[in-house]
Design a protein around this ligand. Structure first.
Ligand code: CA
Length: 229
């Protein structure tokens, strides 16, 4: 028997939260609802969920601040986060460097779409649990597949899971051009919910974080990206 995955939902609209809870429980998830951020954060520090769904607009601390808090903390940053947002123009910010959510869904959303995103995010994380053989070195950079870390001259660079997987993919065959679609497939499987633009956002963040190595991630017009040799 497999252990139920635990999902925390932070959402002050109780009808929305309940609808999500009922539907996810049908899929054998165990779901806790929190209607304010303080209760959520208290609980998270006691027991980590397998995934958190955070609404943006909340009565006390907003979802963005909650996500930032989680992603800054060593242990808590490993919790996959899906943000619920009303405005699609907030996406860049939500997936960006500062906030670092793993995915988002725009309100109003269908429960099926949310379920698909949850599955995709969880799969991404669980595939990261599988150890790959050792280390890959590029100049002064080391990509560590056991720790899912990139270091520069021994200093750890803080990357999101998505960013790590992008540099992992691009560095597998240097000079090889990967299309945005291939990158999406690699990251999220065949559910193509994220747009190609989402990839650009992640890659821009990754470039900034990686410094010199980031400068070698080249956009090939009309096709995709490569890591220059
Ligand atoms: Ca709300």
């Amino acid at each position: 028997m497999s252990i139920k995955k635990r999902i925390y939902i932070l959402e002050d609209e109780i009808d929305v939260a309940n609808l999500v809870k009922i539907n996810l429980e049908k899929d054998k998830y165990s779901v806790n609802i929190y209607t304010n951020s303080s209760d959520f954060l208290t609980e998270v520090s006691k027991q980590k969920p397998d995934l958190a769904i955070l609404d943006l607009m909340l009565p006390d601390i907003d979802g963005i601040e909650v996500c930032k808090f989680l992603k800054k903390d060593g242990e808590l940053s490993k919790i996959p986060v899906i943000m619920l947002t009303a405005k699609s123009e907030e996406i860049d910010k939500i997936l960006g460097l500062e906030i670092g959510a793993d995915d988002y869904i725009t309100k109003p959303f269908s429960v099926n779409e949310l379920k698909a995103r949850i599955k995709a995010v969880l799969r991404r994380y669980s595939s990261n649990d599988k150890p790959k053989e050792g280390l890959r070195h590029i100049d002064d950079y080391t990509i560590d597949f056991n720790k899912f870390e990139v270091t520069y001259k021994g200093q750890k660079i803080q990357l999101t899971t998505v960013e790590f997987k992008i540099i992992d993919l691009l560095s597998q065959k240097r000079g090889w051009v990967y299309s945005r679609e291939q990158i999406i497939d690699y990251l999220w499987g065949h559910e193509k919910y994220p747009t190609e633009r989402t990839i650009d956002v992640h890659i821009n963040n990754l470039r900034k974080k990686l410094g010199e190595l980031g400068e070698k991630i080249i956009n090939v017009r009309g096709i995709g990206y490569k890591l220059e040799e």
